[in-house]
Design a binder for this molecule. Structure first.
Ligand SMILES: Nc1ncnc2c1ncn2[C@@H]1O[C@H](COP(=O)(O)OP(=O)(O)O)[C@@H](O)[C@H]1O
Ligand SMILES: [Mg+2]
Length: 322
């Protein structure tokens, strides 16, 4: 398999020392492969920004390693492969067009090339009306777009975005997610995007790493995680929910069953193969109509809450919040 675009091994960052030591990141491991959109998720203070800063060479590493397509994080080669949008982007006192050309030149583009690329990005982000205005006077949504343009000007292979939607209104958020999606789908960029709002990356990420208190809780394919978590949790709607519920509860392998707020039966079963057959049988014998029967959809938030509680409860099992 090809070398990962981002690889982190035993990565550690401690601030200060002695009694005042802050263990921001504690020996984390994860990989992001080429072409993936990777969600880097965790609550505030989890260690996301600290990790990202080590990836882009903005912070020294206390222990462990971080590599960008095999190159040491922070090296000139590694940085040339990365486009970075920081948590609170800062701009020089320039118009967007000038700023992008300037950043392009820093990224080793020729003058004409930088101008051409800047124009392309301005059009793509629909900032043409604002291109000759100073970025510092932009709205936060426009600033975030400008930061994205700046990150892309030198045509990086990897885009690293630290909470790119945190300061945006819902329209701005959706727009930003769409732009990032386009970069992954159409331009084949590898993206690492951090967020503390889990639902937000739902549309975007195909793999995720969840970090909490400086430690990795899990790092995997979203589909795989969802399958594991959805496991044996089903949703059932029938014309005789009460009756069906009573009969389901009598089954040995049904661990829990209840009717939720939306008048659906939720069933947690030890075995999923037998349950399917049993449900069909029960519905038939009860002369009820089956409206729907499916595995419960799992959101990233479910994944997050369940993995945090598993850790805290020492393996007692996932939280299901009904
Ligand atoms: N320069 C610093 N000095 C001391 N502690 C810091 C510094 N930067 C971050 N921290 C601490 O490290 C932890 C992780 O912070 P951060 O990486 O910013 O989290 P996140 O981005 O996930 O919200 C927090 O407890 C934070 O207070
Ligand atoms: Mg942060």
């Amino acid at each position: 398999m090809s070398v990962p675009m981002i690889e982190v091994k035993d990565l550690t960052k401690h601030f200060g020392g002695g009694a005042n030591i802050v263990k921001a990141v504690n020996g984390i491991d994860f990989k992001v492969r080429a072409g993936q959109a990777h969600g880097f998720l965790g609550p505030n203070g989890a260690g996301k920004t600290t990790t990202i800063k080590m990836l882009v060479g903005g912070l020294s590493i206390t222990q462990g390693t971080a590599t960008i397509k095999g190159y040491k994080a922070g090296s000139v080669k590694a940085n040339s492969l990365i486009g970075y949008v920081s948590e609170q982007p800062k701009f020089f006192d320039m118009t967007l067009f000038k700023y992008l050309i300037y950043m392009g030149r820093l990224g080793h583009l020729g003058k004409a090339e930088a101008a051409k690329k800047a124009e392309e990005l301005i059009l793509w982000l629909k900032l043409e009306e604002a291109a000759d205005r100073k970025v510092n006077n932009y709205s936060s949504g426009m600033k975030q777009k400008a930061a994205l343009a700046q990150a892309l000007i030198h045509e990086p292979e990897i885009l690293i975005l630290d909470e790119p939607t945190a300061n945006l209104d819902p329209v701005g958020r959706a727009g930003m997610i769409e732009h990032i999606l386009e970069l992954v789908r159409d331009r084949g960029l590898t993206v690492l995007v951090s967020s503390h709002i889990l639902g937000e990356v739902e549309k975007l990420a195909d793999t995720v790493t969840i970090i909490n208190k400086g430690e990795i809780i899990l790092s995997d394919d979203v589909g795989v995680i969802k399958d594991q978590l959805a496991g044996n949790h089903f949703l059932l709607e029938t014309s005789k929910n009460e009756l069906i519920l009573e009969r389901l509860k009598r089954l040995r392998y049904v661990k829990r069953a209840w009717i939720d707020d939306e008048n659906r039966i939720q069933v947690v079963s030890e075995k999923d193969d037998v349950l399917e057959e049993a449900v069909t049988e029960i519905v038939y014998k009860s002369k009820a109509i089956m409206m729907s029967f499916k595995k419960r959809d799992v959101s990233l938030e479910d994944i997050f809450l369940s993995s945090v509680s598993e850790k805290n409860e020492n393996g007692k099992g996932g939280a299901s919040h009904e």
